[in-house]
Design a protein around this ligand. Structure first.
Ligand SMILES: Nc1nc2c(ncn2[C@@H]2O[C@H](COP(=O)(O)OP(=O)(O)OP(=O)(O)O)[C@@H](O)[C@H]2O)c(=O)[nH]1
Ligand SMILES: [Mg+2]
Length: 307
C-alpha cells in the first residue's frame, strides 16, 4: 500500500478559507511549445512529463502553487493540432485540449517563438479570437512567447507579439524561457492577480492533482519518451506494482511496463539489459528529486497479452 508515502513538496501555513484566493489557469498551445516545462516550473517540481517529442502530454494534469493567500491551479493540456489532423488525434484523447477553458479563470497561450507559425498555431489563434468576439465572457488571455533563448535577433519577438496581438486580445505578452526561468516570475505574478476570493481547491502543501502512483508513472513515462523512439513511447502501458518505504527512509518502487511486441521488449531491454538498467537509474534519480528521498526503481518489461 503506497498511500502512506506522501509526496511532501510544498509547505504553506494554514489560512482561513474566507481569506483564500484561487485562480484556475488553462495552458493551451501546439505540441512541443513548452507547456509542460512551464507547468513544472510554476509547480517547482516535476508534475507533467516533458520531452522533445510531440504529444508527450495526453491528458489534463493539474499543478498547484500556493503562495500567501493565493492558490494557482495550472491545467496542462495535450497539444492543439491543425484542423486537418484534429479528428484522428482527438479520438485518441479522453478530452479535447479546448475543454480546459471551461471553468478557467484565465488562459495561458504558449507559443514556441523560435519557430515560425504553422497552420496549427494560426488556426488556434483564429479560434481563440473568434470565441473572444462571440462569447459574452471569455477567460482573460495571457500570451507567453516561449523559448526566447533560441530567438535571434530578439526584435523578431516584437514582430511576433505584434502579429498575434493584432488578432487576439491579450492582457499581457510575456517573453519566457521555461527551461531557464526567464520571464517566469512576472508571468506567475500576473496569473496570481487573476485569483478570485474563493477557497483553495487543494491543500496548501499539495503540488498536483495526481496520486502518488500517477506521479511515479508520469516521471517514468517521461524517461521513456526521452530515451526511446518511434512508436514505443506512445504504445507502452505502465503500472506501479508496489512502493515500499524502508525504515531508513529509502523508497523502492516496482514498476511494470507493457509493450505490444517482443521486438519492442528487446529494444527497451537492450543488449544484456543495459538499456533497461539505464532507464531504471535515470528514473530513480528523477524520482529521488520528486519524492525528496532516495528511490530505487525496478522496472519489468512484458509483452501485452494478445487478444
Ligand atoms: N531552449 C528551450 N527549450 C525549451 C523551452 N521550453 C521548453 N523547451 C523544450 O521544448 C521541448 C518540449 O517541451 P514540453 O514542455 O514537453 O512541450 P509541450 O508543449 O508540453 O508538448 P506536448 O506535451 O507534446 O504538447 C522539450 O524538449 C523542452 O525541453 C525553452 O524555453 N527554451
Ligand atoms: Mg506537454
Amino acid at each position: 500500500d503506497d498511500s502512506s508515502i506522501i509526496v511532501r513538496d510544498g509547505d504553506a501555513p494554514y489560512l482561513d478559507p474566507k481569506k483564500q484566493k484561487t485562480a484556475v489557469v488553462a495552458i493551451l498551445g501546439t505540441p512541443n511549445a513548452g507547456k509542460s516545462v512551464m507547468l513544472n516550473y510554476i509547480a517547482e517540481t516535476k508534475v507533467s512529463a516533458e520531452s522533445p517529442k510531440r504529444h508527450t502530454t495526453r491528458r489534463e494534469i493539474r499543478a498547484v502553487l500556493t503562495e500567501g493567500d493565493t492558490q494557482l491551479v495550472i491545467v496542462d493540456t495535450p497539444g492543439i493540432v491543425s484542423e486537418a489532423e484534429q479528428r484522428d488525434y482527438e479520438a485518441t484523447l479522453t478530452r479535447s485540449p479546448w475543454d480546459a477553458l471551461t471553468g478557467a479563470d484565465a488562459a495561458l497561450i504558449v507559443i514556441d517563438a523560435a519557430k515560425r507559425l504553422y497552420e496549427a498555431e494560426h488556426q488556434m489563434i483564429n479560434r481563440l479570437a473568434k470565441q473572444q468576439q462571440e462569447r459574452e465572457w471569455f477567460p482573460p488571455l495571457y500570451l507567453a512567447l516561449n523559448k526566447v533563448d533560441l530567438v535571434h535577433p530578439k526584435h523578431k519577438l516584437l514582430n511576433l507579439s505584434e502579429h498575434i496581438n493584432e488578432k487576439l486580445e491579450c492582457e499581457m505578452t510575456h517573453y519566457t524561457c521555461g527551461v531557464g526561468g526567464d520571464g517566469m516570475r512576472d508571468l506567475i505574478c500576473d496569473l496570481q492577480a487573476e485569483a478570485k476570493p474563493r477557497p483553495w481547491l487543494f491543500p496548501a502543501e499539495v503540488r498536483s492533482d495526481l496520486t502518488f502512483a500517477e506521479r511515479v508513472e508520469e516521471v517514468i513515462r517521461e524517461r521513456i519518451f526521452v530515451r526511446f523512439h518511434e512508436e514505443i513511447p506512445y504504445e507502452v502501458d505502465q503500472k506501479v506494482e508496489e512502493a515500499t518505504q524502508h525504515d531508513d527512509g529509502t523508497v523502492v518502487i516496482r514498476h511494470s511496463v507493457y509493450v505490444n511486441t517482443p521486438g519492442q521488449k528487446r529494444i527497451i531491454r537492450g543488449k544484456s539489459g543495459l538499456k533497461l538498467k539505464a532507464l531504471e537509474q535515470d528514473a530513480s534519480l528523477e524520482l529521488t528529486n520528486v519524492i525528496g528521498r532516495p528511490v530505487t526503481t525496478v522496472i519489468t518489461v512484458s509483452v501485452k497479452p494478445q487478444r
